[in-house]
Design a protein around this ligand. Sequence first.
Ligand SMILES: Nc1ncnc2c1ncn2[C@@H]1O[C@H](COP(=O)(O)OP(=O)(O)OP(=O)(O)O)[C@@H](O)[C@H]1O
Length: 862
Amino acid sequence: MSDGSPETGVLPLLPLRSAVLFPGVSMPVDLGRPSSVEAVRQATAHGKRFGPHNHVIVAVQRDPMNDHPRLADLHPVATLTRVVQVLRGLPGRMTVIVRGIERVRLESLDLAPEASCDLARYVSLPPTQGELTMVIALSGVLRDLTRRHESLLPASRATQQRQETLKELAAERDPARIGDLVANLVELETEQRIELLQQLDPTERLRKLIEHVAARCNELEVKRDIDRSVREHLSRHEHEAVLRHKLRAIQAELGDEGGDTWLEELAERLDQKLLPEEAQIAVDRELGRLERMNPQSSEAMIARTYLEWIADLPWVFPGRPTERPEVDLEAARVRLDADHHGLEKVKKRVLEYLAVRKLAPNQRGPLLCFAGPPGVGKTTLAKSIAATLGREFVRISLGGVRDDAEIRGHRRTYVGALPGRLVQAMKTAGTTDPVILLDEIDKLSGADLRGDPASALLETLDPEQNDAFEDHYLGVPYDLSQVVFICTANELGAIPMVLRDRLEIINLSGYTLAEKLAIAREHLLPKELHENGLGGVASIEPGSLREQRARNESLLARSRLAAESGTAFELAEVLEKAEAEGLERLDSVLVDDAVFERLATEYTRESGVRSLQRQLAALLRDVAMQRAETPASELVTPQRITVEDLLRVLGPPRYREELMGRGPRVGVATGLGWTATGGRLLFVEVTTTAGKGKLRMTGRLGEVMKESAQAALSLVKSDARRFGLDIDDLDRRDIHIHLPSGAVPKDGPSAGITLVTALVSTLGGYAVRHDLAMTGEVTLRGHVLAVGGIREKVLAAHRAGIRDVILPARNRKDEPEIPEAARADLRLHFVGHIDEVLELTLRAPESARSTTASADAAAHSP
Ligand SMILES: Nc1ncnc2c1ncn2[C@@H]1O[C@H](COP(=O)(O)OP(=O)(O)OP(=O)(O)O)[C@@H](O)[C@H]1O
């Protein structure tokens, strides 16, 4: 809400007869009305839905007996709510666990299209600023009162869940939120709760609540005194009998008739599972407890959720062999080739991996880790492996996981606790031996107060330990030993060392322009055509006729179907005519080659093809829109996408002129940097002003880069005479080094030779060639040392239209890694000393002055 205006939205409505849900509070709700069950279905269904996934509006009815409340029958302030969990219920009924997020105001109700529930239009309520000091003071009073209230409660009421809520209360920082937590904790009349929910002013809310809680405390004190004297008169036996009687009466009062049916169903489902011994013991214990509990209590809800998890999970039964189809290496090869263009080395390595699994299926193979920038095909490779092994595929994203509870789950002390991501993934897979992709293990945060997720993961991956993986929620060992784990990472350096030692790294670096064009045409285009309902045939290079015919046939069949429903009659006709004439090129959408090229060079800058795919999708959505809006009789097919469409649909190019300036310039040198998303040009600018020889550096430079700038300056000063510089002059000038794109952090030693070049250029007035780029660390004696990321850096230079690239001689071993296409267009210079660098890059002062000097003219040594 950047402009301060309130947010509005539309979500399925869940009216409650008398329960009140406060923000920040979780609560089980039993749903009986078909419209309520439908509202939850709409909110949790995949595919078409209203508003954010799993969200509903929970409102309180004015009259609990009203079965079909309209807007006027609901209290106006409602709760924006997330459905945390849906539990099985009797047919037509449903139990859900919901968690309140914030207060909203109801605006109107509408019947949902094609669904028998109401949609509520709501506006968010801007937080009302009660007077802050007052709110803080009141919330302090309320905290103390709540503690007193707890101490007055009989011990039997101090459940584990209450303890959890109290802990939450103690940790709550927002004083305005404290009221809502307490309102849920203390026994209040429904009217009082409604009044508290409707009250928007936090000061007023706290005042009211303090009154209620104080009154409750007085009542409890009186009651405690009476209870004490009564209990003294009852013998222990009598007391228990009374309690049991009370319990039965309460259960009869609360328990609905079908209450036992779900329990029987659950017990039946669990009975049919072959569970390992420890799990079986836990199940028997929880079932026994559940039978004795009031089914409406939150304890029962926790036990029931737990048993549902056990029933839903796939379990390895010790000693029972699992049958698996044999790995077909030829099929694997075909599949890998069909799914991935190029990547020959990687595919070969994957096939070797599969061959090992085929020869020794029960041997724990190496742990593969695909490393490389985003969008280079890591995920798709893992999917192909799962497919060839005939296993389910599940992906777990580890980005930003900081808490080891996310890996191992939460202890099941409170309603809404869940197992960790691994166990969740096993439920999704539904089999004991899926391929699990641990995505972005480099984004896993290290140890902190809440435990170390990396070591939890390590245990998961360790074949010695993972047959008895400990999830806090399950509380019994879980066998992960049949799972095939594959990892991905963007940056290897960021993987915790203990983890890295266990991985077999396969590098996937970026693609060349030619590779990108081939991937775009052969893989991304058909995929996106299909995604956007435009059939599956695109312009195809001659040569793959058999494939093309097969694809044509499927398109023909599909368009005939479409023609029958009268939507794309024209399309079908065109295609049929073309087929009759034996034409080979039958395309529903044609994309010009130039379009792909512009997309790859001017609209995206990346090592992989992720953005390229996104931009292509945008173009095709535009075509799909046009097609939907044009009557079938006027539709001209095949439709063509040209470069003109690029500007119209995607706007002006985002990355055009990458080179800095058009001719040689003084004080600017072009370096090559490496980032997780691929290589980059990295410009180093140096200027001087009158001063005392001070050095200033800007452009978000990291420590290592700052040090290497200082070293570069020392080198320049100590060799000043050899570089033709005036030593005395150096001490009368302040030097400013700047690396543009100030928002991007830069670090590492590999800009050493670029820094020296820019310094010598500025101080000596030499111009630097603008169509030459370089990378290399430099020592104080001027020796050029090897650096990393050669392939990506050279590819970046190639993309930007650079002609000459300077690389450290010690990196000559990396030359074979550089794609042929780039090597053909570029002149690579391998150098061992800074003098060679300056000879290649700098031009003498007199030619620098002539601004028309051709960039291609031979370089002069200073
Ligand atoms: N060599 C290739 N051949 C065909 N398609 C490819 C190739 N490389 C990538 N793609 C396609 O590019 C898209 C992005 O690939 P994918 O999701 O596998 O990337 P990723 O490396 O896993 O990225 P991230 O790290 O962001 O998850 C997919 O649609 C994929 O099919």
